[in-house]
Design a protein around this ligand. Structure first.
Ligand code: TXA
Ligand code: MG
Length: 315
């Protein structure tokens, strides 16, 4: 990494594709390998919160409280950038996204390296994030010389992103840390995209997407959609919350479970496995509308967004 090379590493959320955040050439290499537009900024990973002031200025008290409460952990804070942060990292914006991960391998890497590590999720642009080393290899093959293997990512979904450029802070991307938890520490939280919002590529509608077209189907219409698809001769992949009475043998089927943390942990591995099954269509049972499912629901709706066949027209 000191030589300007890229290193993929595990975090508790998903694997990251890391480069020395002070080395603009190395950071540009990340964008090139990922196929990501240069205007979409990266998160700078730090070993601990004491490094915050090397990267950000005018850090508001609410941001310090959030950092103290949730770092190391699956929270990213967007702050006013310090002048020394390379434009390559921020896409030329005035802000910078910072995060202190908790995965022991990420922490060891950050401690040994000493500086900030700029890293997006270790997947090709627009695709499903990687939650284990083998999935990073599937994404990049030999184009990426070094992948640190730290096992499965615990959380399985990308970090909660909070912009501290506003008062109260604003939730930009839902994750494992809920709005209620954030509000309790920050003294309030705004949710949703603001006017003049910074670019958040994860927020482009189609993202986190398998190659097989994804349709979200309500629990109540799942069995009928499967039956209709099979009758029509389609090869179906199904990700459901629980086993159903539909003819499971006729589809490639995975059950995600009804616990949101368990479902999230396995979601990207499940989507990758179903995507590899060579089906015409991937039917995903819609998840509950409760707040604890917010992050999963967000990723599923983006995975389905590229699909031009509404579930109502299935198969
Ligand atoms: O859990 C995670 O956050 C993982 C691990 C590797 O840390 N990283 C990750 O990176 O998901 P990426 O690049 O796939 O998503 C980072 C998100 C993007 O949507 C990006 O637009 C947003 O963070 N972001 C980065 N800098 C920003 C900024 N200055 N203002 C607003 N959003 C920003
Ligand atoms: Mg990503």
């Amino acid at each position: 990494m000191r030589a300007g090379r890229l290193v993929a590493f595990p975090t508790e959320t998903v694997y990251g594709l890391g480069a020395d955040a002070r080395n603009a050439d190395a950071v540009r290499e990340v964008f090139a390998l990922k196929g990501r537009p240069a205007t979409h900024p990266l998160i700078v990973h730090l070993h601990d919160a004491t490094q915050l002031d090397d990267w950000a200025v005018d850090v508001p008290p609410a941001a310090r409280r959030l950092a103290a409460a949730f770092w190391p952990g699956p929270l990213t804070l967007v702050l006013q950038r310090a002048a020394r942060v390379p434009d390559a990292v921020t896409g030329g914006q005035d802000s910078v996204a910072l995060r202190v991960p908790s995965h022991p391998v990420a922490r060891a890497l950050l401690q040994t390296f000493g500086g900030g590590i700029a890293a997006p999720s270790a997947n090709r642009y627009g695709r499903v994030s990687a939650t284990c080393a083998a999935h990073v290899r599937d994404e990049f093959g030999d184009a990426l010389p070094c992948v640190l293997d730290g096992g499965d990512s615990d959380v399985g979904l990308e970090s909660t992103i909070v912009s501290c450029l506003e008062d109260p802070p604003r939730l930009l991307r839902p994750g494992a840390i809920t709005p209620a938890q954030l509000a309790a520490v920050a003294g309030g939280i705004a949710v949703g995209v603001a006017v003049n919002a910074p670019r958040v590529p994860g927020s482009t509608t189609s993202h986190y997407a398998p190659q097989t077209p994804v349709s979200l189907v309500s629990s109540i219409s799942l069995d009928a959609a499967i039956a209709a698809g099979i009758t029509a001769g389609h090869r179906l992949a199904v990700l459901s919350l629980r086993p159903t009475t539909a003819n499971a043998a006729s589809a490639v089927w995975l059950v995600g479970g009804t616990d949101p943390a368990v479902y999230a942990h396995a979601l990207y591995a499940n989507l990758r496995a179903l995507d590899k099954a060579g089906c015409d269509r991937l039917l995903v049972e819609a998840v509950p509308t409760d707040a604890e499912w917010d992050a999963v629901r967000d990723r599923l709706s983006r995975a389905a967004a590229g699909d031009d066949v509404p579930a109502s027209d299935l198969p």
